[in-house]
Ligand binder design. Sequence first.
Ligand SMILES: Nc1ncnc2c1ncn2[C@@H]1O[C@H](COP(=O)(O)OP(=O)(O)OP(=O)(O)O)[C@@H](O)[C@H]1O
Ligand SMILES: [Mg+2]
Length: 177
Amino acid sequence: MPRTQPNIIITGTPGVGKTSHCDVLAVNTGLKHLSINRIVKDRGCHDGWDDEHQSWIVDEDKLLDSLEDELPLGGHIIDWHACDLFPKSWIDLVVVLRTDSTKLYDRLKARKYPEQKLQENLDSEIMEVLLDEARGSYDQGIVVELRSDEADDIEGNVGRIETWIKHWEQDQVASAA
Ligand SMILES: Nc1ncnc2c1ncn2[C@@H]1O[C@H](COP(=O)(O)OP(=O)(O)OP(=O)(O)O)[C@@H](O)[C@H]1O
Ligand SMILES: [Mg+2]
C-alpha cells in the first residue's frame, strides 16, 4: 500500500533543535512526532545505560522490530540524532539541521553537558557527521540541509517542510490517478 502521508526524519547533532522543530511541525501538520529516545526507553529497545555517554545503548534490531508495523504506513516525524538504520523504503524526506558551533556550544553548556560529551558533539557538528550519514544512507534528492541558528529559523524551516509535504501529497494523488 503506498503511503498517503510521508515519513520525515529530522536529524542532526544533539542540541541543533530537532525536538523544537518536530514539536511545531507536529502541531502544524498533524503528523505524529516519534521521539526515538523516548521509544528506546519506553519500549526497552536497549542493552542498558551507558554511564560514560549518559545515553541508552540502543538495540537497533529491537527498535526496528518495534517500529515495523506503524512506521511504513506513513504520517510520522522521526526525531533522532541518527538516521542510517531506517530502511530507505520507509523514508520520504531527511532533514539535517545544522548549527553554528559557538551557538551549539552555548546550548549544550546550558544543558550542563560534561566537557568531553560537549566536545564530542561539537566535533561531530564541525565534521558534518550526520550530514554525511544522511547522504550515505538515502538518495541525494531526499536529503535537505537546513540552518537552525536563530529562533526565526524554526518557523522558516517548518514552513518549507510543510510546503514540501503538500507537494509530496499532491504527487501521490497524481501518481495514483
Ligand atoms: N533555531 C534555534 N534557535 C535558537 N535556539 C534554538 C534553536 N533550536 C533549538 N534551540 C534551543 O536549543 C536547545 C536544544 O534544542 P532541542 O532540544 O530542540 O535540540 P535537539 O536537537 O532535540 O537535542 P537532542 O538531540 O539532545 O534531543 C533548546 O534550549 C532550544 O530552545
Ligand atoms: Mg531532542
